[in-house]
Design a protein around this ligand. Structure first.
Ligand code: HGY
Ligand code: MN
Ligand code: MN
Length: 438
């Protein structure tokens, strides 16, 4: 079957009346859910790779991440991509375009997960990229420009104190200090990477030449309730909120829970309980902000011992960087005052600052056209969650398409999407690839 090369597609009316090659029209207007079923099958395949039997936990550079990366490599190769696993553990697949010298289009997301995760967060965007390229190939269509699909490995930053390290590497912003970061077992990222089969010394070589890339598209579950509330299968991301993450510690004094009078205690956990209230109030009393203490580890952790030490985390976000930074400053000031009143020591160390990141207007326009082409009115919405697109926006124009998820639930095994919405997302992505790659 000869290759159909897309003619330069002028600004044009929605897909239905657009003179697209018949094969593409048949593919993106199909309603047999072939694409959606393929997406769900690949999601099932990847969902089996976990570090914790009985729930999905796949931390960066773990054994499960290695197995999932190998499976993703196979899926990419079966789809006709020339694929490899890079020095930091990301899986990268490439299909050449009709003009191999044309700047490539990147499509991707991440395959690492949080603890006890859902199966769509990140994985959906990788699988949709593979399904899109596989479908184009099956219809004998060679995109005008090269397409690269990337499965990043460290988006959640749950295991190591990093900030989108694997996607920042492609953007030329890998911080070598990340290699010395340790997980909670004291394993350094550098050592975990060597054990994974990666190459810490080659991180800098992963930087891409911006001139070689026309854009980055990421499809991701919304992880919020807006699309469901409006009965929309997909939506377009306007901007991604900024994030501050920090590790904090309170040190008091262990003591006998039965004998130390309440007025003579330096109870580290009671102090942190007050600080968690400070964080919650700070996030609740401003517009569009959130602030969370997600981890708190108590020592020594015995029922009859007054807690001596608590190590905890702060995650603070806002669409406005000035608001976020002021909120964090207020939180720290109030926690310091609480620590002073209670006679405990309080330390806090920010380890991640991710700026609020607007998505590219040109790519947003292309996603709008592709969405309208399926008869769906494009909804623009901001992302409270962080994504690899924040890092990729440092390399090239970047944009995101959100997919409805049930109840907006995410970072939870109850995370779910429908095969119909997966199918719509695949068709929007394929049409967006067509529009952007000419
Ligand atoms: O935390 C986040 O926003 C993303 O899921 N890593
Ligand atoms: Mn996530
Ligand atoms: Mn994600």
């Amino acid at each position: 079957m000869g290759f159909v090369i897309w003619r330069h597609a002028p600004a044009h009316p929605p897909l239905r009346s657009n003179p697209v090659p018949e094969t593409l029209g048949r593919m993106t207007n199909a309603t047999d859910l072939t694409l959606g079923r393929r997406v769900m099958a690949m999601i099932e395949e990847l969902a089996q790779y976990t570090d914790e039997p009985g729930r999905l936990t796949r931390l960066y550079l773990s054994d499960a991440h290695r197995r999932a990366a190998d499976a993703t490599l196979r899926l990419m190769q079966q789809a006709g991509l020339d694929a490899h696993i890079d020095a930091l553990g990301s899986v990268v697949g490439r299909v050449e375009g009709a003009d191999p010298k044309a700047p490539a289009l990147l499509v991707g997301s991440h395959i690492d997960s949080v603890v006890d995760a859902g199966r769509y967060d990140g994985n959906l965007g990788v699988v949709l990229g593979i399904v899109a390229v596989e479908a184009l190939k099956q219809h004998g269509m060679k995109p005008p420009c090269p397409i690269e699909i990337v499965a990043f490995g460290d988006e959640e930053n749950v295991r190591f104190p990093t900030n989108l390290s694997t996607s920042q590497a492609l953007a030329g912003r890998f911080d070598p200090a990340w290699l010395d970061g340790q997980d909670q077992d004291g394993i350094a990222l550098r050592d975990a990477l060597i054990r994974f089969g990666g190459d810490p010394g080659a991180a800098a070589t992963l930087a891409r030449d911006p001139a070689r890339y026309r854009g980055y598209l990421e499809v991701h579950i919304e992880q919020g309730p807006q699309l469901e509330a409006r009965n929309l299968p997909v939506g377009i991301v306007s901007a991604i909120n900024g994030i501050t993450r920090a590790r904090a510690s309170v040190v008091g004094e262990a003591g006998h829970a039965g004998t130390v009078p309440m007025t003579m205690r330096r109870d580290a956990l009671a102090a942190v309980a007050e600080m968690i209230g400070i964080v919650e109030r700070a996030g609740s009393t401003r517009t569009d902000t959130v602030a969370t203490v997600g981890v708190a580890q108590v020592q020594p952790g015995a029922i009859n011992v007054i807690p001596a030490r608590v190590d905890f985390t702060l995650d603070a976000r806002s669409p406005d960087d000035a608001v976020r930074l002021a909120m964090v400053e207020d939180i720290v000031t109030e926690c310091r005052a609480a620590a002073q009143r209670r006679g405990v020591d309080f330390t806090i160390e920010p380890f991640m600052e991710s700026p609020a990141t607007p998505m590219d207007k040109g790519l947003i326009g292309q996603l709008e056209e592709a969405t309208r082409g399926l008869g769906i009115e494009p909804l623009h919405l901001s992302s409270g969650a962080g994504h690899d697109a924040v890092a990729m926006a440092n390399l090239c124009p970047s944009a995101m398409l959100f997919v409805r998820c049930k109840g907006g639930i995410s970072h939870n095994p109850a995370e779910s999407i429908t095969v119909e919405d997966a199918d719509v997302a695949a068709r929007v992505l394929i049409d967006a690839i067509r529009r952007i790659s000419v």
